[in-house]
Design a protein around this ligand. Structure first.
Ligand SMILES: [Zn+2]
Length: 91
């Protein structure tokens, strides 16, 4: 996976020694996917930030791309819709 430009370390501000570590969340076991639902699992995976490590100061940090931000917004919307649905059903 290549490092998109510009990625800067939030610790030291240097962008020359950044290594991409991949997604923060590990891939779910099949049972967990069955439990929460495949579309939700895909959304959650997509919304996870990509981890980077700075080679200068050793700091690890996550960055969300545009797609991850959109997935996160969809996730929050679904979450709010579920909460709203439960609240509406109870009252
Ligand atoms: Zn750094």
């Amino acid at each position: 996976m290549s490092v998109p430009d510009p990625v800067q370390c939030p610790g030291c501000g240097d962008g020359s020694a950044i290594t991409c570590l991949g997604k923060r969340h590990a891939v779910y076991p099949a049972g967990c996917v069955m439990l929460i639902g495949l579309p939700f699992a895909i959304l959650h995976q997509s919304s996870a930030p990509i981890l980077y490590r700075c080679g200068k100061c050793g700091k690890e940090f996550g960055i969300r791309g545009a797609l991850a931000r959109i997935c996160l917004i969809i996730l929050i919307t679904i979450g709010l819709a579920i909460v709203w649905g439960i609240t509406a059903a109870l009252t």
